[in-house]
Design a binder for this molecule. Structure first.
Ligand code: HEM
Length: 219
């Protein structure tokens, strides 16, 4: 028999960071597309206005990144437990979760992962979020800040391999983040309803269906 249980999954600081970050990165991708391909996009007006919007969105992402970092490292102290994949996650969990997303989900099967505040992410989320939050967001932020201050930070830019390498890196990481958004939003719709994973990112609370007739993987 399925029973409903409410769990508090997304604390306020995480929700504020997430939506500021999402707004910032979506704006960065859209304005970045116009800056890079002005012949195809002209949604945000003149070149100087699109540049200012892009820079402002960059500051929003950097600022919100620190909300995320400070909250998980100093307040909740759950960064490592939540975000760093274990050897078992990498050896077995990734495959198990991919099989669910590619096959079992479409056959009406149960998600092998049941989130708890101490183990919110399935192995695929954990690995993807680790790469996004520890590598890609810091890289796009640092490269963006360097590109905003080319003259005063020219020494550091040379350490990165020069301006051309930095521009290429910034663009490549931005493309990865843009691709991530589409995958991330699609996978987030694969809950027990299409909006089941979106509700906790808004209210904090997730509705977990507990089936007492069979045994789940427990965390
Ligand atoms: C339109 C944009 C976005 C939407 C609709 C969205 C939606 C969601 C939803 C529903 C969740 C909770 C369920 C889940 O983990 O799948 C989530 C979590 C998360 N999202 Fe997004 N997202 C967006 C953009 C982004 C961006 C741009 C990033 C990073 C660059 C991001 C990073 C994350 C991370 C790291 C989590 C886990 C947060 C935590 O609990 O610590 N999201 N997102």
């Amino acid at each position: 028999m399925a029973e409903k249980k409410m769990i508090y999954l997304q604390p306020t600081a995480v929700r504020i960071w997430h939506w500021l970050n999402a707004l910032g990165i979506v704006t960065l991708c859209a304005t970045g597309a116009q800056i890079r391909f002005p012949e195809y996009f002209s949604i945000f007006g003149s070149y100087s206005s699109v540049i200012s919007l892009h820079n402002t969105a960059g500051y929003v992402v950097v600022f919100s990144f620190f909300i995320w970092l400070i909250y998980y490292v100093f307040v909740a102290r759950t960064m490592v437990k939540l975000y760093v994949p274990t050897v078992d996650d990498l050896q077995n969990g990734l495959l198990r979760q991919s099989i669910f997303y590619f096959f079992t989900f479409f056959l009406g099967g149960d998600n092998p992962h049941h989130p708890t505040p101490d183990n919110k992410f399935n192995p695929l989320q954990k690995t993807a979020y680790f790469v996004i939050m520890f590598i890609l967001v810091p890289l796009v932020g640092v490269s963006g800040l360097l590109l905003l201050n080319v003259e005063p930070l020219s020494g550091l830019i040379i350490m990165f391999g020069g301006l051309k390498v930095l521009v290429a890196l910034h663009y490549l990481v931005a493309c990865c983040l843009c691709a991530f958004i589409f995958t991330h939003v699609y996978l987030a719709t694969l809950g027990h309803t299409m909006i089941a994973h979106f509700i906790p990112m808004w209210t904090g609370w997730e509705e977990e269906l507990e089936d007492h007739s069979d045994s789940h993987e427990s965390h």
